[in-house]
Design a protein around this ligand. Structure first.
Ligand SMILES: O=C(C1CCC1)N1C[C@@H]2C[C@H]3C[C@@H](O)[C@@H](O)[C@]2(C1)O3
Length: 130
């Protein structure tokens, strides 16, 4: 019968697909790699928990997500970081904030449309027990 490990393996396969789709969308290129702290030295003084899509792909491989909710929490971290670090009225900051909101809507909608809700419930039950 299917063990919990088979369920979590299936989750990793699914999350890699989602991560790839988001990272390959040209709209979201600015979220694909960590912000370069050489280029932006004050970034770590303002953003205490950086996150990006490449780091999320690594977290999948390191078994650091036990359900889709955990994955979406890191998407939300990318979004909040972008809104906090880029608050200005300038068109550059406005576009970053707009793209961040777009990333959130794409990710949540993609997962809602492509994931069986019973499968996510099973993953969350496993996660809660651990
Ligand atoms: O917040 C971000 C990324 C965008 C979403 C994540 N950055 C902080 C810098 C401010 C702005 C312009 C460039 O200086 C560039 O380095 C960054 C990268 O965009």
């Amino acid at each position: 019968f299917e063990t919990e490990e088979h369920t979590l393996r299936e989750l990793r396969i699914f999350l890699r697909e989602i991560c790839k789709k988001l990272a390959n969308n040209r709209l979201f290129y600015m979220f694909t790699k960590p912000v370069d702290t050489e280029e932006v030295p004050d970034y770590p003084t303002i953003i205490k928990q950086p996150m990006d899509l490449e780091t999320m792909m690594t977290k999948v491989d390191f078994h650091q997500y036990e359900c889709a909710k955990d994955f979406l929490n890191d998407i939300e971290l990318i979004v909040q970081n972008a809104l906090e670090y880029n608050p200005a009225k300038t068109s550059a900051d406005k576009q970053i904030r707009h793209r961040a909101c777009s990333l959130r809507d794409y990710a949540f909608t993609l997962i809602k449309n492509e994931m069986d809700s019973d499968f996510e419930d099973k993953c969350q039950d496993i996660s809660k027990k651990r």
